[in-house]
Design a protein around this ligand. Structure first.
Ligand code: UGA
Ligand code: MN
Length: 259
């Protein structure tokens, strides 16, 4: 089965580095279709050229987060959800494509899976083989998240019975975006399922999953959720002290060189 990976991304100093690292992971994964959704009013040349040279099968979309829904400089990072509009745009494209598919193509889509991969996390290749066969929603541990070494679904007798998390375990699905994949069939048969850009902190994943499954339906992967195969890594913001100083003297780095 095919894996459709939806990645929201936005312009910042580390964007090309993040996309490079991510694409090199995906190049090792068979049958992967990358849906890259830029948080931008138009597709940028950086991402357009990057994807064309990537060697991956991809779809390039864009959807600007409305200003009132976007974090402003100085806002605490938990104030508003990130990437919600972009993931919804990816879902919209999948539903449009699903509706248009016929015959063999449509049959293949029945088995496909959808994964939401942020551009800054670290993904093992094994993760993709774990999620590849997903009937409804599969789940697994996520490392270095929520102020913990890892968070994970707790499995008893092959079923998810609760979640190991340090924060509000009673959320409907206390699980990071990196910790689940959804069958495309389920996404197509539930066209109302989407990410709520107004969800309060920690409830973005629940806003989507709630309309698709209950805890009882979850399919535990990664050896009954005992293996960490994805890490919620975050990249440090590079300091530009020297760059700014040189720029003031008219000696900044050549703006025609893409970094
Ligand atoms: C955590 C979760 O891992 C995210 O999946 C979730 O969207 C986020 O919290 C949230 O609560 O909204 P975190 O590392 O804090 O992640 O978020 P980022 O990695 O900064 O952003 C998630 C994705 O959205 C990334 O792919 C990023 O490129 C994208 N993004 C971020 C945008 O498209 N626009 C923005 O303005 C910011
Ligand atoms: Mn992140």
């Amino acid at each position: 089965p095919k894996i459709f990976v939806i990645t929201p991304t936005y312009a910042r100093l580390v964007q090309k580095a993040e996309l490079t690292r991510l694409s090199h992971t995906f190049l090792h994964v068979p049958q992967l279709h990358w849906i890259v959704v830029e948080d931008a009013p138009q597709p940028t040349s950086l991402v357009t050229d990057f994807l064309a040279a990537s060697g991956l099968t991809y779809t390039h979309l864009h959807k600007l987060t409305p200003k009132d829904r976007k974090l402003q400089e100085g806002d605490p990072s938990w104030l508003k959800p990130r990437g919600a509009e972009q993931r919804n745009e990816g879902l919209r494209w999948l539903r449009e494509m699903g509706a248009a598919a016929k015959g063999k193509e449509a049959a293949a889509l029945e088995e496909a899976v959808v994964y939401f991969a942020d551009d800054d996390n670290t993904y093992s290749l094994q993760l993709f083989e774990e999620m590849r066969y997903t009937y409804r929603v599969s789940v697994w541990p996520v490392g270095l998240v929520g102020g913990m070494k890892f968070e994970r679904p707790v499995v008893e007798d092959g079923k998810v019975v609760r979640f190991h998390t340090g924060w509000r375990p009673n959320r409907p699905f206390p699980i990071d975006m990196a910790g689940f994949a959804v069958s495309l069939r389920l996404t197509l048969t539930n066209p109302q399922a989407r990410f709520d850009g107004d969800a309060q902190m920690g409830f973005l994943e629940s806003s989507f999953l709630q309309s698709l499954v209950t805890m009882d339906d979850l399919e535990p992967k990664a050896d009954l959720c005992t293996k960490v195969l994805v890490w919620h890594t975050r990249t440090e913001k590079p300091k530009m002290k020297r760059e700014d100083a040189l720029q003031k003297q008219g000696m900044g780095s050549d703006p025609d060189v893409e970094a």
